[in-house]
Design a protein around this ligand. Structure first.
Ligand code: ATP
Ligand code: MG
Length: 381
């Protein structure tokens, strides 16, 4: 007998011929997740197993955050040839419970002499006789005892849900525009959840933005790093571009034009990293620069798809997700962002492209973009 964690995967079962690849990647991700607690990880018969972690609770917590994991449970592994030991373990696992229960057997080893209904009846009857506080309810049981007959027999009661999604690294790469706000970390998390590796670009405008604002973004990237399996953060100096826009462009258009420069620079970085898309935390109508008209103007400068996974979310829905993924508290620290420096009094909500282009024509765009790229700092988190 030994205690193991049994991990089930989510959508990978849809993957047909690519399934072995997705599974291998997920095993690697689980292995990374439990490295700190020295867990031993292996794949057997469509399940991933973890044993010998020095801190099982920590291993569980980390595994539930791995993209691609449907659920994890603490299971007892027994030799299936000793069926009496399986019965006795079932009693031991249920003996402190009261109320209704049901045994749910699954037999992937079709050579095993009992089929699933027979196992249900055998173990259900055996437990019922020995634990008087339990009754059987096959429709809506309060307790579910799962018995899986695979290479070995596995028993467990309470699977813990994982985050779902696909293993990071199985679906290309994207570059997120990471502000210090609530939205963009959530947007990054949502895209990574689909198996996408992420890098991040942050624009800072010293001395208008402080060291503390910078530290906040680094902290956010660090918080995301565990789920995202590491993240490269580009810190790009943006003060010169902002000053020029402020001096030379229409005052109602400064935020929008600034946003277009962010897109241009982020796209340059994304191409260099062989990313296929940009990601932002925008949502329709949240602020003036996120009206449909404004989004059309920002999109126009990006020569790759721009994904906005929060596009239809209300702020409260985004906050709820930020709390779930653990970034809300840090995002709420009150430090200034470069967007809050030089904000227009009356930002254009239905911007006109001629006015944007007229403003941008007054700037030495290429030189500004090159200087910003050259001045960036890169952190591996
Ligand atoms: P967030 O909460 O993520 O800051 P927001 O609601 O404050 O979003 P804006 O400030 O208008 O919205 O920014 C919209 C999007 O533009 C952000 O979600 C982010 O993707 C990007 N962005 C804004 N500021 C920066 C910055 N300083 N560096 C990198 N990206 C930024
Ligand atoms: Mg912001």
């Amino acid at each position: 007998m030994r205690k193991v964690l049994q991990v089930r995967f989510s959508e990978i079962y849809l993957k047909g011929l690519n399934r072995p690849y997705f599974l291998r990647m997920l095993v690697e991700r689980v292995r990374d997740a439990v490295k700190h607690v020295q867990g031993h990880v292996w794949l057997s018969d469509s399940r991933i197993y973890v044993s010998d972690a020095t801190d099982v609770d920590e291993a569980l917590r980390r595994i539930t955050r791995v993209f691609g994991v449907h659920s994890v449970c603490r299971a007892i592994e027994l030799e299936k040839t000793d069926f009496q030991a399986v019965r006795d373990m079932a009693v031991q696992m249920m003996q402190n419970e009261t109320g209704s229960f049901k045994v749910e057997a699954r037999r992937s080893d079709k050579r095993f002499p009992m089929d699933s209904p027979a196992i249900n009846a055998d173990i259900g009857g055996y437990v019922l006789e020995r634990v008087p506080a339990l009754t059987v309810d096959v429709h809506r049981p309060q307790h579910l005892l799962s018995v899986e007959i695979r290479d070995k027999a596995y028993l467990y009661t309470k699977p813990i849900p994982g985050v779902g999604g696909m293993p990071v690294g199985t679906n290309g790469r994207a570059t997120v525009l990471l502000s210090g706000g609530i939205d963009s970390p959530v947007a990054a998390w949502m895209v990574a959840k689909r198996g996408v590796s992420m890098s991040a670009v942050h624009f800072q405008s010293p001395p208008y933005t402080s060291e503390r604002a910078r530290d906040k973004v680094v902290k956010l990237a660090q918080l995301l790093s565990e789920s995202l399996c590491g993240i490269r953060l580009h810190l790009v100096p943006f003060t010169d571009i902002q000053m020029q826009i402020h001096e030379k462009c229409h005052p109602d258009y400064t935020t929008l034009i600034m946003r277009r420069y962010m897109m241009r620079i982020a796209a340059r970085i994304a191409h260099a990293e062989r990313a296929q898309a940009l990601v932002t935390g925008e949502s329709i109508g949240q602020v003036a620069s996120q009206t449909m008209h404004a989004l059309q103007c920002t999109d126009a400068v990006a020569d790759m798809p721009v994904f906005r996974p929060l596009i239809g979310f209300d702020k409260q829905e985004i906050i709820t997700l930020a709390e779930k993924i653990g970034t809300f508290e840090t995002s709420s620290l009150p430090y200034e962002d470069c967007c809050t420096v030089f904000t227009p009094k009356h930002p254009a909500t239905k911007p006109k492209m001629e006015i944007i282009l007229e403003g941008e024509a007054k700037l030495d765009s290429d030189a500004l973009v090159e200087a910003a790229l050259a001045g960036r700092e890169i952190l591996e988190l």
